[in-house]
Design a protein around this ligand. Structure first.
Ligand code: PGA
Length: 249
């Protein structure tokens, strides 16, 4: 049985007052449900870790530097993230690939550094609308998987999130057949490279406009083990039904 995971990416949203949403979420989580991770902005990592201590919720960051330390003004390292008590880090999100020109090899280096700090990496991959419309999706996914994932992968240190860029924050969701096709393809690529024993245990998340009303259908896919949720993770009342749908899947 693969573990199920619901991860919330708050992006550049949230102040100390937003911790209330995390406290509220704790009170409405299903017993024995899936793993839940909240990735608030860096400023809230410490306080979010204290607020969730002893609860089922884990905390993650949204990025880290590829180096362990040094003269990188404004950046944070994997070790600093781990020092807050956070256990996860999102890497290679399309917003970072786009806005900061992060390449697959940057994501690979960051992943190795994050692992070294004891963090689990949530590695994001996904195609643009143009790539989708020119039937390049599977080639793009294959290339991102090949170049973004280091060899020392384990089922504990990595989660892969498929996020079609055109579905992020747009309200557009791929058809269920498209989700199934890409997730099955990702699993087969992981099996081919890392062997079934490791690959079958790596959680694969779908991300891009996951909402309370579409989550249950998305989770029906065999190789969808959870979701990476942006907008709908900001409010406990929106995120909780998604987590419940995953628990019931
Ligand atoms: P969204 O974002 O759920 O708001 O579409 C998903 C993401 O960027 O991870």
């Amino acid at each position: 049985m693969r573990r199920k995971l619901a991860a919330g990416n708050w992006k550049m949203n949230g102040t100390a007052a937003s911790l209330e949403e995390i406290r509220k979420l704790q009170s409405i989580l299903p017993n024995g449900g899936p793993d839940v991770v909240i990735c608030p902005p860096t400023t809230l990592l410490f306080s979010a870790c204290s607020a969730t201590e002893g609860s089922g919720i884990q905390i993650g960051a949204q990025d880290c530097h590829a180096e362990t330390d040094g003269a990188y003004t404004g950046d944070i390292s994997g070790e600093m993230i781990a020092d807050t008590g956070a256990r996860y880090v999102i890497l290679g999100h399309s917003e970072r690939r786009e806005a900061y020109a992060e390449r697959n090899r940057d994501v690979r280096h960051k992943t190795s550094t994050a692992w070294h700090a004891g963090l689990t990496a949530i590695i994001c991959i996904g195609e643009t609308l143009e790539e989708r419309e020119t039937n390049a999706t599977l080639d793009v996914i294959a290339g991102q998987l090949a170049s973004s994932l280091p060899d020392a992968i384990t089922a504990d240190n990595t989660v892969v999130a498929y996020e079609p860029i055109w579905a992020i924050g747009t309200g557009k969701v791929p058809t269920q057949a498209q989700i199934v096709e890409v997730h099955d393809f990702i699993r087969s690529k992981l099996v081919a490279r890392f062997g079934a024993q490791i690959a079958d245990q790596i959680p694969l998340l779908y991300g891009g406009s996951v909402k309370p009303d579409n989550a249950a259908t998305i989770f029906e896919a065999e190789n969808v083990d959870g979701a990476l949720v942006g907008g709908a993770s900001l409010k406990a009342d929106d995120f909780a039904p998604i987590i419940h749908a995953l628990a019931d899947s």
